[in-house]
Design a protein around this ligand. Sequence first.
Ligand code: C2E
Ligand code: CA
Ligand code: CA
Length: 647
Amino acid sequence: MMKLSSFLNLDKAIPILNTGRYTPVGDLTVISICILMFIILMQTYSHRNRNFGLALETLVLCAGSALTNVIYQVNLIAPPDNVMFFYLSRVVHHVILALVPFFYLLYLQVSLWANVANSKRHMNFSLLLISTAVIIDIVGMFLHFTVWIDENSHVQTDVNPYIPLCGVFNLAIFVVLIRFRSKMIHQAFWGMFAPIALSVFMLIMQGIHGQTSFTCATYLFPVLGMIFLFHSNPYDIDTGAVDESYFYDELDDKLNKKRTMILVSCTMMNFNKIIKESQTVKLEFYQFFRQNVQRGVLYHFPNDRMMLVFEKKFSLNQDKIFNHMLEDFKAGHQKFKMDYKIVIMETTPEITSSQEYIRILDFVEEDMLNNTIHEVREDDIKHFYKDSYILTQLEDIVKNYDLEDERILVYCQPVFNITTGTYDTAEALMRLKLPNVGMVFPDQFIPLAEQNDLIHVMSLIILNKTCGAVRTLIENGYYLNRISVNFSTLDIRYQNFCQDVQQIIARNQIPYEKIAIEITESRNESDFNLMKQKVMELQKLGIKFYLDDFGTGYSNFDRIMEIPFDIIKFDRSMLIESGKSDSAFYMVSTFANMFDKLHYSVLFEGIETEIDEKSCVRMCAKYLQGYKYSKPIPIEQLENFLTLEAS
Ligand code: C2E
Ligand code: CA
Ligand code: CA
């Protein structure tokens, strides 16, 4: 059996391998790096889009070209007896070597000028070039102008048709990179261009010094760059964006260096999904990002947010560039109609944490309408900090779970009873009194408490305090039918809701019927059944139920009738509506009449004037509430509206 070393001609070749023209060090290094890269890529996170396969194949070609070069070089120094074998090693090596830049071009083609018809043409043309080089090489072998073995069994070489072949591919890479430069973000362009320029320079230097040892190595560098840039690196080639995780470090670093940065956050609904599914949208975004995001870094967040961060430079006409970008964006939006919210914010020296900026952006974005652009101002930041402060206070209230917590105040609004002409009921309204900011109104803290699941304890505190006030009023001899307390639909979801309410009223030693509960209808089907069940349970104790804000929700009569409410509170918007036209008045009064006939009591909210009052009386109102009678007052002052019980 033939020994491998003699098959490869190594026996003769090894002593003379180090000729000065060639050493296998470069090629062996390339093979090792390729194997290492392959293992690393398989083991670690890498961005495996459809180009990833192409990148791996190019890596395999690099290793292949290095391996075949070792064999070819051995044969060159010590020609084998079998001429065919020698010749084969030369062709295989050179073709594989030429395929490396060719695959690199294919990679660029997929990313930069993807066009199926064109790519077929380019592919055919390239294969034609490769075959031409091979044919010239073979013909040259017989005619002795490329490579041949002379009568002394020495290899003679002259013209190498593969050099112009590789030259054409290298040149094509340069042309493509420069031509499609605008399609790439700045960093990506230089990340690709620089290693290629360096490789070509090295090849030329090798040529000048008659060296061939590092040819394959120079071809490997751009491939490594490409893999790192687009697969092992945070760049997302779809959008040219960098992964979110880098945002925090990089912004913190800039903030440390006291640079003023501009953050442009753009949230596009379902962006992540759409960009994966639609090639047209993707191409449009290519265009947009490549053309506009030349300066600064674009980050991609998982929640459909893209964020452009760039340094504020007073010398540059940034506004103009920026406005151009927004115009471009809006033009794109006209086509694709993807809902967006854009928030623009300049960093300030007072805020030094990147996380904090994200929280502010989230905060501002939440209050925005779709398809609007908002520039963050000092007011927004103040508002954000006030909200954060309120939230920590609410958390503290819930953590302490003190039913007498002094930060929660009970205000109330007396309700006028038309039948008796007296004030015998009232609505309890919550206020907060916080150390740093003073009085806080419900619109500022109820949504916060609901969003953060803190409302339940607060509801129990206000219920407890209201019960305490009712007890004092009764003890002081005032006549009070009941006070209604607002509960959120979230409260109803608590398993212990009924038990908690019952216990608090009982521990204040007042009759259950002195307390009523106001709830707003819920859009949630499962809430509805739960609400019905809990209302009925507490009604058995004598607790009355009010349907709050009738006319603002999506009331479905069948459902309202299913829950045995006692009082229907018509929202102020219904009153306003009824004043707009005769038919509107007719509609609202028909609702009110119907409830009246069905033995519900009707309460109109938001009575501000005499005219309001008169029209509500015409509409079968039983109770009236509004600024006309009283603004919300501290519950201690309610006695001013009540009558003393006849003793
Ligand atoms: P609501 O339950 O509809 O309470 C009535 C609101 O209308 C009160 O606002 C009251 O000040 C206001 N109002 C009263 N009369 C008039 C009027 O003549 N004209 C106008 N334009 N407004 C009038 P407030 O106290 O700021 O409360 C706002 C909302 O916050 C309440 O609306 C209620 O949904 C919620 N809320 C208040 N206290 C509590 C509470 O203890 N628990 C819960 N869950 N929500 C509460
Ligand atoms: Ca209410
Ligand atoms: Ca209301």
